[in-house]
Design a binder for this molecule. Structure first.
Ligand SMILES: O=C(O)CCC(=O)C(=O)O
Ligand SMILES: [Fe+2]
Length: 355
């Protein structure tokens, strides 16, 4: 449970060290810090973010998640996200495939839409369990507002390094355009005795949107580093969030920015005896935004596109809404007809030439 004293991440498990980015320095537009962010964003697409100032709101969100997951299953199921490609609401354990053979995931989620949280008590997309409503103003809205500010600041810096006109990315992430942006609290049950690492809690995926701001306490997150043969854990560091880029940023940047493959497996060793809680805020483009390289707005992106073996991988013709709904819908186990359904749920994972 959140707040409990947890065993430390083991020393003898292979990890991949991420670059550390200091949010306060980024905010101050420190060029050396922006160099570090650029290196992380272009090479792996993952980095630690320190000094982000969102710790109190994160703790509140974990409390909201625990209160919600304690509700009876039939109550939570009234708010299930369904099989039509919507992500907002509750997701029960085992509702998603984790691979093409149809293995089931083990995590529960509660996803709250940015639009619903900011419009509350007006409903934009859907309603939520009482435990969510009770904390909408005190916890969820402040967490979402702060997360938006952090992510928008990082996106503005990447916007400039990509050589895009001021506001090019901001205009694709307007706060008042309905979007797939959402907060997610994730609970994975304890796995005493250590289940095989291959039994993923969340299957290998790239994130669907633009930028994910992740907070976790126990190990379990793994990345497949470009060129590496094996998955490696990302060690949780107290006070450090983990940021990662999603498919939309690879598409907008013509493949310059990386949306890297990752998954969640049971926490290593003794940590596996504990519930694993994590929290993400996903910034995603406005629903109407077309996902394609912004080559007409940046020479750097235009040059990257010229070097691509094929333009088709990145000129998807999809709007953010379509891209997102397709990915969500086809990972739902109820929609599975065979390996083709899993393939249809894939994003940039299958386009290594674009990265
Ligand atoms: O729980 C984590 O550490 C990562 C979760 C994740 O990758 C996701 O929800 O997209
Ligand atoms: Fe993810």
């Amino acid at each position: 449970m959140p707040g409990l004293t947890l065993p430390p991440f083991p020393e003898d498990v292979p990890t991949h060290p991420l670059l550390v980015v200091d949010y306060q320095r980024i905010k101050a537009r420190d060029e050396a810090e922006i160099d570090t962010l650029w290196k992380a964003a272009t090479e792996l697409g993952f980095w630690y973010l320190k000094n982000h100032g969102v710790n109190e709101e994160v703790n509140g969100m974990f409390d909201m998640g625990a209160e919600t997951m304690r509700l009876p299953l039939d109550e939570k199921m009234k708010y299930e996200q369904g099989d039509e490609g919507m992500s907002f609401g509750y997701k029960a354990a085992g509702a998603n495939a984790t691979d093409e053979t149809g293995n089931l995931d083990t995590v529960e989620f509660i996803n709250v839409s940015k639009d619903d949280a900011l419009a509350w008590p007006k409903v934009v997309h859907r309603t939520y369990p009482s435990t969510v409503n009770a904390r909408m103003e005190s916890t969820i809205e402040p967490f979402i507002r702060k997360s938006l500010e952090v992510n928008n600041t990082l996106l503005a810096v990447l916007n400039d390094r990509l050589g895009l006109p001021v506001g090019a990315l901001a205009q694709r992430h307007k706060v008042d355009e309905p979007s797939g942006s959402e907060s997610r609290v994730i609970k994975n049950p304890p796995r005493p005795g250590g289940i095989s690492e291959e039994k993923a809690a969340i299957g290998a995926h790239t994130d669907f949107g633009s930028l994910s701001f992740l907070h976790n306490r126990l190990g379990g997150l793994q990345v497949l580093v470009p060129g590496a043969e094996t998955w490696q854990y990302v060690r949780p560091i107290p006070g450090h969030a983990i940021c990662n880029l999603g498919d939309a940023m690879t598409l907008f940047s013509g493949g310059i920015l990386r949306s890297n493959l990752h998954r969640v497996v049971p926490p290593p060793k003794e940590q596996g005896n504990y519930e694993r809680w994590s929290l993400v805020f996903f910034t995603r483009p406005g629903n109407s935004i077309e996902l394609r390289p912004l080559a007409d707005e940046s020479r750097l992106i235009a040059e990257a596109v010229e070097k691509l073996p094929s333009r088709d991988t990145l000129f998807t013709g999809a709007t953010a809404k379509d891209w997102f709904a397709r990915r969500i819908k086809n990972q739902r186990i109820k929609n599975r007809t065979g390996p083709e359904t899993w393939k249809a749920s894939r994003g940039m994972e299958h386009k290594p030439e674009a990265a």
